[in-house]
Design a protein around this ligand. Structure first.
Ligand code: RRO
Length: 338
């Protein structure tokens, strides 16, 4: 892999990015991510048309206890906003466009529309590189794990559906690339829900290994949790009678288990982006030790703002220095067992 995403993933200084959904919906938020110390920009998961999402309040964080709950319901500005933003903005780092849609067909329609946009007739060959409006360093992260669309399953828990989805993505890419100047340029990953059973890790990884997946992001929030406010005896968010995706420190152990199991079970060429429970450089160190190539930060970013990237980078470097590690590869995936 010679794409910048992967070279920057290999650099311990630059392996921390935002999780989709965290401060990445509006132009203003994306601009801030662009000038932050994040190693990449991930967009809010998008749908074909703009969506307002669920009723408010739909996000709640208990910072002291390291827990958040959300039922945003996929609010976003529509796929074309994010595509045009990534295409036209001067961004010197990898861009991950998160595609959700409210169904597989909607997500695939978005993908096809974008690929159709790629084929610009005015692409010219220059030093063996085609110059065109092709948005360089653009990767796709298919979100197969949103827990908050009322009446829709989390695709990552419906294995036949996930298999069909991946099959369709590869078919679209192969058809597109057949006669395209963009051969082997289209790279995609998937965002998975947390798995809790070894048989689910096995089934999910067997499916993923069959396809041309470049990276896997695990995990999305833990779906359909409930936070109760004792004083008022109420739920804390309005949609779905208080049920929402749980994030924050409390989900770190589940995230680490998913990263580690996926690292053991997936093909070596599939990169892993760890996500879940990251608040400190030590948390990132543990994700990498478990097998992550890079990490995403959600709840912590929303609570602390974009300065968290600078702090987390410094804390990670500090712990690496203490341990005598110079490169991420010195400890990546080297978790010891008893
Ligand atoms: O927008 C959301 O409600 C949402 C999404 Br798309 C997701 O993937 N994960 C999440 O916790 N919330």
């Amino acid at each position: 892999m010679n794409d910048r995403l992967y070279s920057s993933l290999l650099n311990y200084n630059g392996c921390i990015m935002n999780a989709s959904g965290a401060l990445c919906m509006s132009k203003d938020e994306l601009d801030k991510l662009n000038i932050s110390e994040s190693c990449a920009i991930v967009s809010k998961s998008c749908s074909l048309e703009p969506r307002n999402g669920n009723q408010e309040p739909r996000w709640y964080a208990d910072i002291e206890n390291g827990i958040s709950i959300n039922s945003m319901g996929l609010p976003n500005l529509g796929y074309n906003f994010y595509y045009q933003y990534f295409k036209n903005r001067d961004i010197q780092k990898p861009k991950l466009m998160s595609i959700a849609g409210t169904s597989m067909n909607e997500a695939l329609d978005i993908f096809k529309l974008i690929l159709n946009e790629y084929e610009f007739p005015n692409a010219i060959l220059h030093d063996n590189i085609y110059l065109s409006d092709y948005p360089d360093n653009l990767f796709f992260e298919f979100n197969m794990s949103c827990p908050n669309i009322v009446g829709k399953p989390q695709i990552g828990y419906e294995f036949n559906y996930m298999n069909e989805y991946l099959n369709n993505i590869d078919t679209i890419i192969n058809t597109f690339q057949k006669n395209s100047i963009f051969k082997n340029k289209i790279k995609y990953g998937i965002k998975l829900p947390p798995y809790f059973d070894v048989s689910h890790f096995n089934t999910a990884s067997e499916i993923i290994n069959k396809y041309n997946v470049s990276f896997v992001t695990c995990i999305n929030s833990i779906g359909n949790g409930l936070i109760i406010d004792t004083a008022s005896e109420t739920v804390v968010i309005k949609p779905k009678e208080g049920l929402g995706g749980i994030g924050g420190k409390v989900i770190k152990s589940t995230a680490l288990a998913n990263v580690n199991m996926m690292r053991k079970l997936l093909r070596d060429d599939i990169h892993i982006i760890g996500c879940g429970g990251i608040e400190t450089g030590e948390d990132i160190f543990q994700h990498i030790l478990a097998g992550a190539d890079a990490v995403q930060v959600g709840t912590c970013l929303v609570n602390e703002g974009i300065n968290c990237f600078d702090r987390l980078n410094r804390e990670l470097i500090q712990i690496m220095n203490q341990k005598g590690y110079q490169f991420k590869n010195d400890f990546k995936g080297k978790l010891k067992f008893l």
